[in-house]
Design a protein around this ligand. Structure first.
Ligand code: ZN
Length: 129
């Protein structure tokens, strides 16, 4: 089992913010970058996990704990066949990380139940072994 540094929101400036456009590309094509032989997905073992986080509904201002889904990409021990030098260099630099999959939650307050955007938290965190 591995643990992530800390919640990204606690890391402040130490945490890279990849932004939503980068997140979308990770979602849509697994982080593949044109020009490389090996898809970035081949570097990682993928899994999903859920982590609780406290959010405030902007509509009714109720605070609740929500289980947000994260995609975990844990770096493999070695590159797959077909990798060239550039892939190798990129693989060396890559780290295990997780990306937030959810961007909205439904308010748990039964009298509200409105959906709202998850904001104010970082959407990516690097993992340490
Ligand atoms: Zn609400």
């Amino acid at each position: 089992m591995f643990h992530y540094h800390v919640w990204c929101q606690l890391m402040g400036d130490g945490c890279p913010d990849i932004g939503w456009s980068r997140l979308d590309s990770v979602r849509d094509n697994g982080g593949a970058v044109p020009g490389y032989n090996v898809d970035e997905r081949a570097y990682f073992n993928e899994s999903q996990t859920a982590k609780p986080i406290t959010l405030n509904c902007p509509w009714c201002r109720t605070q609740n704990v929500y289980d947000l889904r994260w995609m975990v990409r844990k770096k493999k021990d070695r590159l797959p066949p077909g990798a060239d030098e550039r892939d190798r260099a990129r693989f060396q630099k890559s780290q295990s990380y997780m990306v937030l999959l959810d961007d909205k939650v439904a308010c748990k307050n039964l009298r509200c139940r409105k959906r709202f955007d998850i904001s104010g938290i970082k959407t990516m965190a690097y993992l340490t072994d």
